[in-house]
Write a protein that binds this ligand. Structure first.
Ligand SMILES: Cc1cc2nc3c(=O)[nH]c(=O)nc-3n(C[C@H](O)[C@H](O)[C@H](O)COP(=O)(O)OP(=O)(O)OC[C@H]3O[C@@H](n4cnc5c(N)ncnc54)[C@H](O)[C@@H]3O)c2cc1C
Ligand code: FES
Length: 279
């Protein structure tokens, strides 16, 4: 059981939770995640470790409500407990001194990019971060990302904040101005794919943090299978970060849709269980 120590809302459907997990807090590195269950009967879901406080023995999780489990998780209040949590899982981010690095975050991908940008900056890189969202109320972790970046560029699809448009516009400008030694991206699949297509002509190595469905997190169940450079990889043990120019995005998109019917049913059950009896 892991106690929720603090909670705040970063956006209407995105909560930031501080969770007691002393061993994980001590061991975790940028790029790693936990797999947790909210209840005994609940499914196991992967969530990135956005930060940690080893002294307090807590980790930071930033969670976007998309389906039943993430809704249940965001409904927890300080003093309540998660059923269990395992981690840190996955390979830590490979960090080198590349010079100028562009970190691209879309939506809740900001929680993935934050520890990576911090580690890149600590290694002596000049980190240019691009943070994008559909609209300004969905922009999260702006101050935190600004603190670990030489410059923070903001874009919104509807122009309500920052530059009107997609994250690829400032990325293109930075690539043209060059030299850029490395790019890392986390966010929705189409965004990560677009980032890879933008960097490909420049030959700039680009790492993406993939988010396939995960079950056991041990490389045994095959749930998180992805194809990278024609080879089968398991994102939970080989990733979640891979060379974006080698990722088969079409396959990953198809696999993410496999459980859509079951997810809809699960969401329906959640709504039914929350309905008040009619008298
Ligand atoms: C390594 C890793 C790290 C992650 N880190 C975070 C994080 O820090 N914060 C966060 O909010 N989410 C993160 N996710 C995504 C999170 O695990 C899913 O949103 C969650 O499992 C959905 O469960 P659910 O029951 O709430 O929704 P479901 O009912 O299972 O799904 C609802 C909707 O979300 C989509 N979905 C389901 N699983 C995923 C997934 N893995 N990635 C993207 N979309 C998905 C479905 O296609 C569906 O449209 C991460 C995923 C991985 C693989
Ligand atoms: S989650 Fe089972 S193999 Fe990766």
């Amino acid at each position: 059981m892991n106690r929720i120590v603090a909670k705040r809302w970063l956006a209407p459907s995105v909560a930031c939770l501080e969770v007691e997990a002393p061993l994980t807090a001590r061991k975790r590195q940028a790029g790693q995640f936990v797999i947790l269950r909210v209840t005994e009967e609940g499914e196991r879901i992967p969530i990135t470790i956005a930060g940690s406080n080893p002294e307090a023995g807590t980790i930071t999780l930033v969670v976007q409500q998309v389906g039943k489990t993430t809704h249940d998780l965001c409904a927890l209040e300080p003093g309540q407990y998660l059923k269990d949590l395992v981690g840190p899982l996955g390979q830590p981010t490979h960090i080198e001194r590349w010079g100028t690095v562009v970190a691209v975050a879309g939506g809740v991908g900001a929680a993935v990019i934050l520890p990576i940008a911090a580690a890149l900056q600590a290694a002596g890189n000049q980190v240019q971060t691009i943070l994008g969202a559909r609209s300004q109320d969905l922009l999260i972790l702006e101050d935190e990302l600004g603190a670990v970046s030489e410059k923070l560029w903001i874009t919104t699809d509807d122009g309500s904040r920052g530059e009107h448009g997609l994250v690829t516009a400032p990325l293109e400008r930075l690539l043209k101005a060059g030299p850029v030694g490395h790019v890392v991206a986390a966010g929705p699949l189409p965004m990560m794919r677009a980032v890879c297509e933008a960097t490909r002509p420049y030959g700039v190595p680009t790492v993406v943090s993939l988010n396939p469905v995960m079950v056991d997190g041990t490389g045994m169940c095959g749930g998180c299978r992805v194809t990278v450079g024609g080879e089968v990889k398991y994102a939970c043990v080989d990733g979640p970060e891979f060379d974006g120019h080698q990722v088969d995005f079409d396959e990953l998109r198809a696999r993410l849709a496999i459980y859509r019917d079951k997810e809809e049913i699960s969401r329906g059950r959640r709504c039914q269980s929350q309905m008040q009896p009619v008298r």
